[in-house]
Design a binder for this molecule. Structure first.
Ligand code: NAP
Length: 308
């Protein structure tokens, strides 16, 4: 069997076109959705993420404001900033790029974001809404996974879904979304006994672990849909040779770029055994920012359109 590759860029482009129409409608009513991206410190990864989020706003014609604060910022200073943004009417969505520096109380900052502007879906009010199946903001990566499944017409109702990973950002919310779509859901983690056997029960297997190629062929039921959320960077030739059966292509990437982006799933095994598979790169990761845009547009509509 050769798995169907679920191409993230195709779904991202589809969603982008749909969002463009929504933005046009909002602008006709005099509303330009706005996103504030708060970047604290100089972490290179965070800088790239924020830059890409601002670019995505520009591509859709959204207003965006990038706010950079020093790595020495205190919790109180950031609380004041969030409070200002909560009261700024041009801003519909507030994104605080994580991780924050260690002296900052991240939970307090995320709790301070107005739930109506919490486009990352991290505020407990939105977590509660998600659990209760009520309207609110769903975290972007899990929302992107559901878009991939639905747009690929992968059956969910009545299917066995296994999610490996129980983080607040990916594992728990995606499990909840699958449950709302009537999958029978099992959540696994580092203490799960006989993980490959549990994973092999899955019609839909979601890997959100953070360990390169952890999910090998013995985890995958033939024909299953495998969603690889992992984003792991390999920089040594030895590691690449160890993790790939045929390391030719990844070794070439390593030589060209100095690193190889690898998921949590062994891609050669997934291609051979799964029915459908999201590749890394080129899968789930491409949906996250467009879902942030979708949440920002939804926030603008909910806050500013009286009839929404
Ligand atoms: P996380 O907070 O570190 O959570 C990892 C989860 O994996 C934990 O629940 C942990 O279990 C579980 N785990 C670790 N080792 C395990 C093992 N040996 N067996 C079974 N379970 C194990 O990670 P995360 O934030 O959810 O991210 C997971 C991956 O997705 C990372 O590679 C990250 O880079 C990627 N990611 C991608 C996107 C995107 O595509 N846009 C977004 C977010 C994250 P315990 O709870 O028991 O420790």
């Amino acid at each position: 069997m050769t798995a169907t590759i679920l191409n993230g860029s195709k779904f991202r482009d589809e969603i982008q076109s749909e969002l463009l129409l929504q933005v046009t409608d909002l602008k006709r009513e005099g509303i330009t959705p706005g996103l504030a991206a708060v970047l604290v410190g100089e972490d290179p990864g965070s800088q790239i993420y924020v830059r890409n989020k601002v670019k995505a706003c520009e591509a859709l014609g959204l207003f965006s404001e990038k706010i950079v604060r020093s790595k020495d910022s205190t919790t109180e200073e950031l609380l004041e900033l969030v409070n200002d943004l909560n009261h700024n009417d041009k801003i519909d969505g507030i994104l605080v790029q994580l991780p924050l520096p260690p002296q900052v109380d991240t939970k307090r900052i995320l709790m301070a974001v107005d739930p109506a502007k919490d486009v990352d879906g991290f505020h407990p009010v939105n977590v509660g809404n998600l659990v209760a199946g009520r309207a609110g903001f769903v975290p972007c990566t899990p929302a992107g996974i559901m878009e991939i499944l639905k747009r690929s017409k992968i059956p969910i109702k009545g299917e066995r879904a296994v999610v490996i990973g129980r983080s607040d950002i990916v594992g728990k919310p995606v499990a909840m979304l699958l449950l709302h779509e009537h999958a029978t859901v099992t959540i696994c983690h580092s203490r799960t006994r006989d993980l490959p056997a549990v994973a092999r029960e899955a019609d839909i297997l979601v890997a959100a672990i953070g360990k390169p190629t952890f999910v090998t062929g013995d985890f995958i039921k033939p024909g299953a849909t495998v969603i690889d959320v992992g984003m792991n960077r390999l920089s040594s030739e030895e590691e690449v040779r160890k993790l790939f059966h045929d390391p030719t292509a990844p070794l070439a990437t390593l030589q060209r770029r100095g690193e190889v982006l690898v998921g949590d799933v062994q891609p050669e095994d997934a291609r051979a055994i799964a029915g459908a598979f999201t590749p890394v790169p080129g899968g789930v990761g491409l949906l996250t920012i467009i879902m942030l845009m979708s949440n920002t547009i939804k926030a603008a509509r909910t806050r500013r359109v009286v009839s929404a």
